[in-house]
Design a binder for this molecule. Structure first.
Ligand code: COA
Length: 220
């Protein structure tokens, strides 16, 4: 059974195989602003070696630390990998809060499943596993967006309770109301200690009070 795991150097072979699949379908091309595209542009030629991959994983984990300086427009975020056994299947990233641009277009969450693992329910299950973790950083209602043409992603979001608010700049904007508290008797099945350990590594975790707009669809 697949589960959320923190990025792990032991998955190098599988991760790089997934990157090759994604690159073969055009990920990383100029103009591609996805998280993996940025990684490909930054880490190709480096992460093939064990040392390089270790540095990449350390950098990825460090993004969860709110004390870290970051480029303009980027916010603290945490990435988990969706893994079955020793096979990397996909990734999902949670932005800890929204700035104006994220509120307008990109939302709290980005995800992707490697091509060879698609259409098996992985994205739907991965998002379901992540949602309770959003509460750990003080997010009540989750904003999640997809391209108007992205039928698969729309289905993933709706299967997880997303309600369409509107369309802006070619993106559909959905809100998923307050997720259950991790560890409560929710019936949600995932490995909380493993999945939340990145948060524990970031003592200065940024907790922003939700704005009225963010709170609206899933307020208490
Ligand atoms: C979108 C994406 C994450 C879906 O991953 P996945 O693991 O295949 O999704 P699931 O298996 O959970 O499928 C969810 C639904 O979408 C449908 N679906 C999946 N791929 C599809 C496709 N190419 N065309 C139409 N429907 C599709 C599935 O049949 C399923 O429908 P159902 O609930 O009616 O059975 C994956 O295609 C991907 O990584 N795409 C590139 C990156 C991306 O678009 N990320 C999302 C950004 S918002």
């Amino acid at each position: 059974m697949a589960e959320l795991r923190v990025p792990d150097v032991r998955l190098r072979r599988s991760y790089l195989a997934a990157v090759a699949e994604l690159a073969a379908e055009g990920c990383g091309a100029p103009g591609d602003r996805s998280g993996t595209a940025r990684q490909i542009r930054t880490w190709s030629g480096i992460w093939e070696s064990e040392e390089g991959f270790t540095t990449f994983v350390e950098e990825l984990r460090a993004e969860s630390d709110s004390r870290r300086a970051r480029a303009h427009g980027l916010v603290t975020s945490t990435t988990w990998w969706w893994v079955e056994g020793e096979e990397y299947l996909g990734r999902i990233a949670l932005r800890h809060y929204l700035n104006d641009e994220l509120l307008e277009v990109a939302g709290h969450i980005g995800y992707e499943v490697r091509p060879s693992a698609r259409r098996r329910g992985n994205a739907t299950a991965m998002l379901a596993a992540l949602l309770p973790l959003a509460r750990l950083v003080g997010i009540d209602a989750v904003l999640i967006t997809c391209d108007v043409t992205n039928v698969a992603s729309r289905k993933v979001i709706e299967a997880n309770g997303g309600t369409l608010e509107d369309e802006r700049h070619g993106k559909l904007r959905f809100w998923i109301p307050r997720a259950p508290v991790p560890g409560a008797s929710t019936g949600v099945c995932y490995d909380l200690p493993a999945a939340s350990c990145l948060f524990q590594r970031a003592p200065a975790l940024e907790r922003r009070p939700p704005s009225p707009l963010i709170e609206r669809p899933g307020g208490p």
